[in-house]
Design a binder for this molecule. Structure first.
Ligand code: FPP
Length: 232
């Protein structure tokens, strides 16, 4: 495939609606959503994508019913436990970014272990955004920059300097952002990092988004003309 994006990011949306359409509990949609995560990770590795990032849980998602929050955290734990070998066998480095202070000690420990075990994997990096929001990221970056540089040091900062304080420091900005389920909004995701990202919106609900749908999004991306505000 030509013109493969280096970094693909996905707002996985529509699990609840997928379950509801089948007369099932919302968690059933999340369970099936994990299968899509597996399929899309595989498709991304196969296509030669270097960074795949997934918006798995936003800062705002903490406001969902406690039972759903608990189940989502459990699912994350299970996925981490079950996928260690597959990730390592496929050369996938696992990274979690977000407000980790809000996650349980057990989950943080499991995340640290998996990050450590896969730290030398170089084929693709899978980034899972957990307890993340774009505004939170910008704020924490601003506070860190101010503490480190003082008001004098902050005054002459460039956008590039600022990017080093975001949790995504060292990771290239997404080339392509996919959002499933028909919604067309950014929902407090990578606000700073999506400055020149190409967006692909699809009506497909996340549990139905598998390899063919992912490849179709890559093809749409390949046909886009990126100008970064310049004239070609
Ligand atoms: C959006 O659907 C989905 C989520 C908020 C959770 C996504 C989580 C997973 C797919 C599970 C675990 C992830 C990993 C990385 C192993 P929604 O609940 O907002 O659906 P709705 O808009 O139809 O209500």
């Amino acid at each position: 495939m030509n013109n493969v994006p280096q970094h693909v990011s996905i707002i996985m949306d529509g699990n609840g609606r997928w379950a509801k359409a089948r007369g099932r509990e919302r968690v059933y949609g999340h369970l099936e959503g994990v299968e899509s995560v597996r399929a899309v990770t595989e498709a991304a590795v196969e296509a030669g994508v270097r960074y795949l990032s997934l918006y798995a849980f936003s800062e705002e998602n903490w406001n969902r019913p406690q039972a759903e929050v608990d189940r989502l955290m459990e699912l994350m734990m299970e996925a981490i436990r079950n996928e260690v070998k597959t990730l390592m066998d496929n050369g996938v480095r696992f990274v979690v970014l977000g407000n980790r202070a809000r996650l349980s000690a057990t989950l943080n420990k499991a995340i640290d272990d998996l990050m450590e075990k896969t730290s030398a994997c170089g084929r693709m990096t899978l980034i899972v955004f957990l307890s993340y929001s774009g505004q939170w990221d910008i704020l924490q970056a601003m506070k860190k920059a101010a503490a480190e540089r003082g008001s004098e040091g902050v005054r002459d900062m460039t956008a590039e300097d600022f990017g080093k304080y975001l949790v995504t420091s060292g990771i290239p900005d997404p080339d392509l952002l996919i959002r499933t389920s028909g919604e067309q909004r950014i929902s407090n995701y990578l606000l700073w990092q999506c400055a020149y990202t190409e967006f692909v919106f699809t009506d497909v609900l996340w549990p139905d988004f598998r390899k063919p749908e992912f490849r179709a999004a890559l093809e749409t991306y390949a046909s886009r003309d990126r100008r970064y505000g310049k004239v070609k």
